[in-house]
Write a protein that binds this ligand. Structure first.
Ligand code: SF4
Length: 88
C-alpha cells in the first residue's frame, strides 16, 4: 500500500478515456462542451480529465453520447465499478 499524496479525488466516480481517443482534439472539444460539470478539458494534447470535479458527475451520459462507442467510460466506483450505459 502506498501513501496517497494530496487530496483524494473520484471517490464515487471515475471517468476514463481510451488511449486511442485521448489525443483527439476534436473529441476533447466535444467533451468539454458536453459535460455540465466540467469534468473534461480540451488541452493541446487532447482530452484532460479534471479530477477534482469527478464526484460532481450527475451520470447524465452526455459524454457517452458525444463520443464514439467505447471511447469514454464512466465508472461507478460506489457500485462495484459498474459502467454507466450509453443513453438510448
Ligand atoms: S455523465 Fe454527464 S456529468 Fe458525468 S462525466 Fe459524463 S457528461 Fe459529465
Amino acid at each position: 500500500m502506498s501513501a496517497e499524496a494530496g487530496p483524494r479525488h473520484g471517490l464515487f466516480i471515475d471517468v476514463e478515456v481510451a488511449p486511442e481517443h485521448a489525443s483527439d482534439p476534436g473529441l476533447a472539444r466535444k467533451l468539454e462542451e458536453a459535460c455540465p460539470v466540467d469534468i473534461f478539458a480540451a488541452a493541446d494534447s487532447g482530452v484532460e480529465i479534471v479530477r477534482e470535479n469527478l464526484d460532481e458527475c450527475v451520470l447524465c451520459g452526455l459524454c457517452l453520447a458525444a463520443s464514439p462507442p467505447g471511447a469514454v467510460s464512466v465508472v461507478k466506483l460506489y457500485d462495484g465499478g459498474a459502467l454507466l450505459e450509453r443513453p438510448a
